[in-house]
Design a protein around this ligand. Structure first.
Ligand code: G6Q
Length: 547
């Protein structure tokens, strides 16, 4: 199996970058008045303008040839058909089935998964309605006012991000909180002020063995029972979301209060499953369904549109262009929406855990860059912090700007000011400012010639920085679902080009093992394992100071 770098399509792109690397985007716009129109696509409520990229029609043709060479359409078909494309874990990858609102059969080992998916959705709906209506009573007969989701990684980031993003849709009488970190502070600070009699814990863990989650769940149970007294109260105050019924029962949660999912749902792709229970509790089941519908609309687009008109595929290919041919090492996600403030952290996991891989599906070491570092911050805060480096630093940082035409909180002229920044930044990143422009501006302002000439270099911006502008009418459950699914398929596209398995996470598994070994030593109060000098000294120091 040859690496993608040996394909003629890859090599053509390498040559093409050499030809194009000094081309100015401004010149490309000047030469083609239709460029913005030609390089804008719409689907599932999202409008994506990718014209401010360092590309020509030839670049797009070559990138699409590359997608053909790695058989992106074939891999897409295989994913949607339930084939076990997660080859190291021998699993299907079917988050698309969780939001398959068409109910078209999707087979895993010859069995249609849709009846099981729909059955869990039905159970979730019944439960959510009971809790939201106040009909699900706590042990003392009082309705639930607070839900605490205990989970980490994929069992936390997605629901937390979505519950924050859907702020305007939150219930007034049911607050949802998230505890993930095993640092006791997280649980203590979260339950401070909550009443055990009206608090419901959702213990969310695919495996139900994750150290952080199980530790937090046990402490939460102790906190609840310290006040409620009777262990029978657990049945009214704890529900589980898991694939592991046996462990759920061992923990003491009645499996009647367990919402299941399946091994073909990866943690970081699981917010569409029962892991989304806190979302449905927070915004109501109808809104949760709208979220699924938006994602489904994006799935339909991704699985049917030609690559040239396919938003996630093109965004993925543009990322390949910068990472593998232009030398970019990071990708910035910059939402101009305060409700989307956790989106960068969510995508950081989605992307970096999926494509942070060093061998191909076949286990061959790659000789090219794979997943970039994904980072970002909600605008305009980032502008007053790290944008400096994007504008004038030495690294090439492609960036996605995400915004909405209507704010969920129209307050005076805030939204116009906010979006003025959104538009101005992508324009400035592309245009830059030449030495002569900087100089002329300072001289016109009356600055002495010598001082202006000294400062002109500092005030010069190279520009030609690539951005995508993603706009939606309004941030709703539907558009949010579409946006998340767009990024999932962008990640998928890149994984296919790099030939990696985007759906395993052996690095995460390693972390789980390592901490277990050291914990035993900390509990025993003595270093017994084999450690490097630094780790051994750190452990000794820590244990001495604890006694
Ligand atoms: C996600 C990862 C990882 C996982 C957590 C929690 O894709 O596998 O982030 O979600 O480690 O695992 P559990 O849900 O099994 O507790």
């Amino acid at each position: 199996m040859s690496l993608v770098t040996q394909t003629p399509q890859w090599q053509a792109l390498e040559r093409h970058w050499q030809q194009l690397k000094d081309t100015r985007m401004g010149d490309l716009f000047a030469a083609d008045p239709q460029r913005a129109e030609r390089m804008t696509l719409s689907a599932a409520g999202l409008r994506v303008d990718y014209s401010k990229n360092r590309i020509t029609q030839e670049t797009l043709d070559l990138l699409c040839d590359l997608a053909g060479a790695v058989d992106l359409p074939g891999w897409t078909r295989r994913m949607f058909a339930g084939e076990p494309i997660n080859n190291t874990e021998q699993r299907s990858v079917l988050h698309v089935a969780l939001r398959n609102r068409s109910n078209r059969p999707i087979l895993v080992d010859g069995t249609d998964v849709m009846p099981a998916v729909n059955a869990v959705l039905d159970r979730m709906e019944t439960f959510v309605e009971q809790v939201r209506a106040g009909d699900w009573k706590g042990y003392t007969g009082r309705p639930i006012t607070d839900v605490v989701n205990i989970g980490i990684g994929g069992s936390n980031l997605g629901p937390k991000m979505v519950c924050t993003a859907l702020g305007p849709y939150l219930s007034d009488r049911l607050r949802v909180h998230f505890v993930s970190n095993v640092d006791g502070t997280h649980l203590v600070e979260t339950v401070r002020g909550l009443d055990p009699a009206t608090t419901l814990f959702v213990v969310a863990s695919k495996t139900f063995t994750t150290q952080e989650t199980m530790t937090n769940a046990e402490s939460a149970r102790a906190w609840a029972l310290a006040s409620l007294g009777d262990s029978a109260a657990v049945a009214r105050h704890f529900v589980a979301v898991s694939t592991n019924g046996q462990k759920v029962a061992e923990f003491g949660i009645d499996t009647a209060n367990m919402f299941g999912f399946w091994d073909w749902v990866g943690g970081r792709y699981s917010l569409w499953s029962a892991i989304g229970l806190p979302i449905a509790l927070a915004v109501g089941f109808d809104r949760f369904k709208e979220l699924l519908e938006g994602a489904h609309a994006m799935d339909e687009h991704f699985s049917t549109a030609d690559i040239r008109e396919n938003i996630p595929a093109l965004l993925g290919l543009l990322g390949i262009w910068y990472a593998n041919f232009a030398g970019a090492r990071t990708h910035a996600v910059l939402p101009y929406d305060q409700y989307l403030r956790y989106l960068p952290a969510y995508l950081q996991q989605g992307d970096m855990e999926s494509n942070g891989k060093r061998v191909t599906r076949e286990g061959v070491a790659v000789d090219y860059t794979t997943g970039p570092v994904v980072w970002g911050e909600a605008g305009t805060d980032g502008q007053h912090a790290f944008y400096q480096l994007i504008h004038q630093g030495t690294q090439l940082i492609p960036a996605d700007f995400i915004g909405a035409i209507h704010s969920q909180n129209e307050l005076g002229d805030h939204h116009l000011k906010f979006m003025a920044n959104y538009f101005a930044q992508t324009e400035a990143l592309m245009r830059g400012r030449t030495y002569d422009e900087a100089l002329a501006e300072m001289l016109a302002a009356g600055m002495p010639d010598e001082r202006a000439r000294f400062l002109a270099n500092h005030r010069t911006f190279p520009g030609n920085k690539p951005t995508n502008s993603i706009l939606m009418e309004r941030l709703t459950p539907y558009t949010l679902g579409a946006l998340i699914a767009m990024y999932e398929h962008r990640i998928f596209t890149q994984g296919v080009v790099w030939g990696v398995n985007s759906f395993d996470q052996w690095g995460v598994e390693l972390g789980k093992q390592l901490a277990g070994v050291i914990l035993k030593e900390l509990e025993a109060g003595a270093v017994s394992g084999e450690h490097d000098g630094s780790t051994a000294a750190l452990l000794e120091h820590f244990m001495q100071r604890r006694t």
